[in-house]
Design a protein around this ligand. Structure first.
Ligand SMILES: C[S@@+](CC[C@H](N)C(=O)[O-])C[C@H]1O[C@@H](n2cnc3c(N)ncnc32)[C@H](O)[C@@H]1O
Length: 309
């Protein structure tokens, strides 16, 4: 079960048994009561990075927590959309509306052949979410247009939070959620960034991220956030395109075209060694496979898998 205190073995190709046993903290997340942490988050504290010069005031007025216990997690009753803009801006510099709209449309329309090729891997991976009959809290980083919902969102007991800094993604994600059978009340879109999730410690059964660590500004901070919000035993499901092997022709092309890719694809990097970052961030286990998609050229090298807190 996802919500149990240990990770059970991933299905199919997804390798080995996972063992994690620590106490489970139950922190319920609802659409109107998004939990957030209160303590300093060491280097990853989003408010440290706020460039607006009002971080402490904003922190105090918008994220002021009420400690529920000795736990460092806390609740906020303000709308999650009230995450300070300066925190988002730090990790996702403001873009023109037309650019955000263009990129949302391009993501919605332009990924059809990619989605066809990756479908088998997604079925395998997201099938992992269906094993428990228990209500599940899931956050999807960089939810985009909601391309993953059709693989897992039909179960009525899923509460899904989609986090994305591009506000133009929301309408696509909502439509995809409805089309996938996720009741509207079970889906919350939060404009935010992976580097500063407005979600409490140890509160999520699963975190999903596909094609997002190529786009975040800081991979390690985002991964620390993933680990922080997962319950003990919670799982992180990922599919990411990555750098080709050192010295290969494809890697040379990726190196050469990386700046252009970032410009045309909203900050997407071609040369990240994301698997290494996932392995190094401190999950209790990481089951990761490398694959090479045939139709996607520059982004053919992929990793996918499950990490367990
Ligand atoms: C290539 S799209 C992938 C969307 C979706 N996950 C999918 O698989 O179709 C990358 C997404 O990451 C989002 N993104 C960019 N920077 C981000 C950040 N710092 N934190 C979270 N999401 C981010 C973009 O807005 C975009 O929706």
């Amino acid at each position: 079960m996802l919500a149990s205190s240990s990770c059970s073995p991933p299905p199919l190709n997804l390798l080995a048994t996972v063992s994690t046993t620590t106490k489970t903290q139950t922190l319920t997340l609802t659409r109107t009561r998004i939990q957030t942490r209160t303590r300093s988050i060491s280097q990853s504290d989003p408010l440290r990075y706020c460039s607006c010069g009002r971080r402490h005031l904003l922190a105090a007025s918008l994220l002021l927590p009420i400690l529920p216990s000795s736990s460092q997690a806390a609740e906020i009753t303000s709308s999650p959309s009230h995450i300070p803009t300066c925190v988002i801006d730090k990790f996702y510099p403001p873009k023109a509306d037309w650019y955000e709209e263009f990129y949302a449309q391009a993501t919605d329309m332009g990924m059809i052949s990619y989605e066809a090729e990756i479908a088998g891997y997604k079925k395998e991976l997201f099938g992992r979410l269906a094993v428990s009959g228990k209500s599940k809290n899931i956050v999807e980083l960089g939810v985009g247009t909601g391309a993953n919902f059709k693989y897992y969102a039909s179960a009525a007991d899923f509460n899904v939070i989609g986090v994305d800094p591009n506000k133009k993604m929301e309408k696509h994600a909502r439509a995809a959620a409805v089309a996938a059978g996720l009741p509207p009340t079970n889906f919350t879109f939060i404009r935010g960034v992976g580097e500063a999730l407005p979600i409490g410690d140890n509160s999520m059964d699963a975190v999903i991220g596909t094609l997002v660590l190529c786009s975040v500004k800081d991979v390690d901070i985002s991964l620390k956030e993933v680990r922080r919000v997962l319950k003990p035993g919670g799982i992180y499901l990922f599919i990411e395109h990555v750098a080709a092997s050192d010295g290969s022709l494809l890697r040379l092309m990726q190196n050469f075209l990386d700046p252009l890719q970032q410009f045309v694809a909203d900050g997407c990097h071609l040369t990240r060694e994301t698997g290494r970052h996932i392995s190094d961030v401190g999950f209790s286990s990481v089951n990761l496979k490398s694959i090479f998609l045939s139709r996607t050229s520059l982004i053919s090298p992929h990793i996918y898998g499950i990490a367990c807190k």
